[in-house]
Design a binder for this molecule. Structure first.
Ligand code: SF4
Ligand code: SF4
Length: 357
């Protein structure tokens, strides 16, 4: 396993980290904890969970596993999305209890969607409460998780509150996300990337992502992780593991890791843009919309329809779990056509919005 320093914290974290959002049998504590313990035995030392993951079982599973490990052999991360300071405090205390630790090493202000959302977290007292908990030693480092574009995220990060940021970055969404990653890198923050495998879409569509392979022995999983970790500002790629085999594959990719160089990366960028001509890349050039539809979020959800063979439930899950949007807003499109004129992929946005569940 390879390790990188998390921003300026002095902590060395494994370049592959464990995301606790995909346990298949979350009610079975021993079986689920075994996956985490296996990851730890392979050198993974950064473990990320949150309340509500896996029917609100993930933190308990983590606690069950982490109590079996020396405290100085892992870092644990959890999160809270509440605006209100008292609510955040209660959530933090519950997380500490479930995880069986005295300090959460990396605690995330969770799921920042836009600058209005950021203002609400501040006005509601959540940031103040988190900083107080950090002073008390209940939180090691305060971080945030964000679905914002690079410019808005820069505004938040420049307030100099956070030690790191968690954001989605993968072969599908890099045009939209790489500016945010670079922004965090410039500020010397730890950068944790979620969804490095496109929420499972990359391994599920190996032919489509075959061009990511730059080494003969590559699998599409190792290639996608290499793509992610080759960004010089990425500290660790967070993978939601479900079994030992997936851990072995990811660990092998990190162990054999040879970063792709700048010119290979540029070449891949070009190929990705050319190969995904029917997919939304999340670039955001279609905005603004006169009725404020967050078009990239809906079109990203439509990607699930294309890549998951028309599975409408996958789209609904994406709305709820990833973007926190509802089906209704997509139907408010007044078909002005402005977004389609600006779309870099020339996508039929209006028809896609109408077709979405
Ligand atoms: S066509 Fe619909 S989605 Fe596109 S900008 Fe106009 S109202 Fe918004
Ligand atoms: S709909 Fe087009 S312009 Fe908008 S984010 Fe997707 S690819 Fe970019």
């Amino acid at each position: 396993m390879r390790y990188r320093q998390f921003g300026t914290t002095g902590k060395q974290v494994s370049v592959i980290s464990f995301g606790g959002m995909r346990f298949i049998e979350p009610k079975d504590l021993d079986k689920s904890a075994d996956i985490l313990l296996y990851a730890h035995s392979k050198g993974i030392n950064y473990f990320d969970t949150a309340p509500i993951y896996c029917g609100d079982r993930s933190e308990d599973i983590f606690g069950h596993a982490l109590r079996q490990l020396p405290r100085n052999s892992f870092y644990v991360a959890s999160k809270c999305s509440r605006d209100n300071g008292d609510d955040l405090r209660k959530s933090l205390e519950r997380s500490l209890k479930r995880l069986g630790v005295e300090q959460i090493d990396f605690f995330y202000i969770w799921h920042l969607m836009n600058l209005q959302d950021w203002d609400k977290r501040k006005a509601g007292g959540a940031i103040e409460a988190a900083l107080k908990a950090q002073e008390e030693g209940l939180i090691g480092h305060l971080c945030c998780s964000s679905h914002m574009d690079g410019e808005d995220l820069a505004v938040v990060l420049k307030e100099d509150i956070f030690a790191g940021v968690l954001l989605g970055y993968n072969a599908l969404n890099f045009p939209y996300r790489r500016h945010a990653v670079e922004q965090a890198g410039k500020l010397k923050l730890g950068v944790v990337t979620m969804n490095p495998l496109g929420g499972g879409l990359i391994p599920q569509n190996p032919e489509r992502f075959d061009f990511l392979k730059t080494v003969a022995t590559d699998t599409v999983v190792s290639a996608a992780l290499r793509f992610n970790l080759s960004h010089p500002d990425v500290t660790t790629a967070l993978v939601g593991f479900t079994n030992h085999q997936e851990i072995d594959q990811a660990v092998a990719a990190a162990t054999d890791f040879a970063p792709i160089n700048q010119s290979q990366q540029q070449e891949l960028f070009k190929q990705i843009e050319a190969s995904f001509d029917d997919l939304c890349t999340g670039c955001g050039y279609c905005l603004p919309c006169p009725v404020n539809i967050p078009i990239p979020k809906y079109l990203d959800s439509y990607n699930q329809l294309i890549l998951n063979g028309g599975d409408r439930q996958a789209v609904l899950n994406r709305y709820r779990m990833h973007w926190n949007i509802t089906p209704q807003q997509a139907k408010e499109c007044v078909r002005c056509g402005a977004c389609e004129e600006r779309c870099t992929q020339h996508l039929p946005i209006m028809d896609r919005l109408a077709e979405l569940p």
